[in-house]
Write a protein that binds this ligand. Sequence first.
Ligand code: NAP
Length: 302
Amino acid sequence: MYDLVIIGAGSAGLTSAIYASRAGLNFTVLEQDGFGGGQITSAFEVENYPGFHDISGADLAERFKEQAVKLGAKIELSIVESIEKCDDKFIVHTHFGDIIKSKSVIVATGAVPRKLNIQGEKEFTGRGISYCALCDGAFFADRDVIVAGGGDTAVEDAMYLASICKSLTLMLRGTAFRAAKSRVDKLLALPNVSVLYGTNIIKINGDKIVNSVLIKDKNGERSFDTNAVFIAVGTAPATDCLLNLPIEVENGYVVANEDCKTNVGGLFVAGDIRKKPLRQVVTAVADGANALYSAIEYLKDF
Ligand code: NAP
């Protein structure tokens, strides 16, 4: 039986792993994606993580992973389906039928992209609709593309896409960006970028691939030609593996203070899955350290 199982090898989970190795715990990290690294791997550029100016998200994640592995962390490819608590022990069930026992668990599964839930979105996903600019942008080099959303993710996706596409149109449903002003100013200074405020995409149209969207603004509805739509309208916490536990959530996020303790003793949450006001790499790594500190305190009394 492990002292600790860490679920998720993103910024938060890898930080917990770095601290767990240094604390000499018997632990493992379970990650469902072959590469790992979490959401930050799809960021074109990260400029607000102290000590690393202008590093790509993938490179930053790779450094986190290298550091964790160098210190002795074992990262296993595994999809966690559910977690049970029996007496004082946790039983982690994986998609491959494995059963992993542990005294404590840190869940750092992050968040997944939200959908627009409009007609044509599902049908054209992978055929002009994408939730990852860095993964799919190259397919639309020298073409006209749209980014939906006005948060940091949308602006970062747009920065990258503007560097390879012919034209980039950002569509915001509201009248203001949520993203950091410095990044928005940099984006809007680019010659092939334009913004449509107060604009909702209500339908995706195409034949085999996307060729236009139906948009609605204060003047009514109209068609807008495009080759692709990159959807960046926020994220939803990845809590599926917690459904069998009586865990307290609010608006989908797991309730836990800065100590990352949930209402289930011995189970901690770190990163974007936790209810908190600011979701950034720097707050995810802070959670990773705090969750591990709380796990050590818990294990002392086990
Ligand atoms: P976000 O900050 O929640 O922004 C979501 C954007 O999508 C907003 O512009 C929102 O519009 C729009 N939106 C939401 N639902 C919509 C819908 N149904 N139709 C059209 N537009 C919709 O999400 P995010 O950009 O993914 O960022 C998530 C968190 O990660 C944030 O805390 C962000 O700061 C952080 N992050 C940080 C960095 C960085 O620091 N380098 C990079 C990426 C993300 P309204 O404003 O009208 O609601």
